[in-house]
Design a protein around this ligand. Structure first.
Ligand code: NAD
Ligand code: UDP
Length: 313
């Protein structure tokens, strides 16, 4: 049994990760400031003997004896990370320093939830880990993109200077049950709009692409990454390479929900990447043949069913 700290554990991805780690027989400390996460996401874990919930903001130091740290605390949706951009950068940068400091003190292994956003609006397609990215350092998305890039730098330097055992994953757009209905990301927006019969809001002309990964595939890749040999630190892309336009996504959601919603077009936000698709060759090689198993249709079905129940409560 390992003692594992999950920051951002009451969030969408973090809650699935806590569940998985508990099911594997570990002790889990879930740390969250409830900015975008909620106790509801982890309600079902509260009675678990080996689950502990701590309200804490990772911009402040935290002390605990742990074997592993999964650093997932950070708002991930553009609406949320742009709400207080300075705080977003602090969460990524000071949060990384605090968690790396903890890992150094207690000799814990630490995994960073980085993002495909480190590639910005990519000029290389699909994106391999060797691509340095095309990021605007002073735009609307910079607080998130540059915060995450700086966190990667800190991870690498703590590893080089202090021999901290690190792992970096670059997560591509992930969706699934427990996304917040007002999260603002495209999958949750379209599903909620379709279920309510409201207009589906496409930003721009809808030809921009994303590659959508179901949350279970991400959790599997994340846990496998933590368990790789110490010399493999990443960064490694974790995502589903099947690419869709936002128009295709809207059509699929309208079909699956049987909704009468119409599509409406709104302006494309600044610096919105035109395309995104992970190159997952490295993940396949290093993560014991890992690859996404759940296709968009099946993943959307279970996500729609989650939101259907939530919205009818
Ligand atoms: P989320 O917003 O649902 O979860 C983030 C969690 O972190 C929330 O519970 C929030 O309350 C908590 N949090 C935020 N700031 C904090 C702070 N200062 N101190 C303590 N807790 C704090 O988002 P998510 O989709 O679950 O994303 C989880 C992680 O994965 C994030 O680090 C995100 O950058 C990364 N990621 C997610 C995606 C995706 O598509 N879901 C893609 C790339 C990277
Ligand atoms: N998007 C959209 N309608 C929405 C929300 C988002 O068309 O209601 C678009 C957004 O402009 C982007 C894509 O969907 O091109 C993915 O957006 P999301 O916020 O989910 O993720 P990110 O841009 O961070 O990849």
């Amino acid at each position: 049994m390992k003692r594992i700290l999950v920051t951002g554990g009451a969030g969408f991805v973090g809650s699935h990760l806590c569940e998985r780690l508990l099911n594997e027989g570990n002790e889990v400390i879930c740390l969250d400031n409830y900015f975008t996460g909620s106790k509801q996401n982890i309600e079902h874990l509260m009675d678990h003997h080996y689950f502990e919930l701590v309200r804490h903001d990772i911009t402040n130091p935290f002390m605990a004896e742990v074997d592993e740290i999964y650093n997932f605390a950070c708002p991930a949706s553009p609406v949320h990370y742009q709400y207080n951009p300075i705080k977003t950068t602090k969460t990524s940068v000071m949060g990384a320093i605090n968690m790396l400091g903890l890992a150094k003190r207690v000799k814990a292994k630490i995994l960073q939830a980085s993002t495909s956003e480190v590639y910005g609006d990519p000029t290389v397609h699909p994106q391999p880990e060797s691509y340095w990215g095309n990021v605007n350092p002073i735009g609307m998305r910079s607080c998130y993109d540059e915060g995450k890039r700086c966190a990667e730098t800190l991870f690498m330097d703590y590893h080089k200077e202090n021999k901290v055992k690190i792992k970096i994953i670059r997560i591509f757009n992930t969706y699934g049950p427990r996304m917040h209905p007002k999260d603002g990301r495209v999958v949750s927006n379209f599903i909620v709009q379709a279920l309510r019969g409201e207009d589906i809001t496409i930003f721009g002309d809808g030809t921009q692409t994303r590659s959508f990964q179901y949350v279970d595939d991400l959790v599997e890749g994340t846990v496998r990454m933590m368990n790789t040999r110490d010399s493999f630190i990443g960064p490694v892309n974790i995502g589903n390479p099947t690419e869709f336009t936002m128009l295709q996504l809207a059509d699929e959601i309208i079909n699956l929900t049987g909704s009468k919603s119409k599509i409406t077009y709104l302006p494309l936000p600044d610096d919105d990447p035109m395309q995104r698709q992970p190159d997952i060759d490295l993940a396949k090689k290093e993560l014991d043949g890992w690859e996404p198993k759940i296709n968009l249709r099946d993943g959307l079905k279970s996500t729609i069913s989650y939101f259907d129940t939530l919205l009818s409560q």
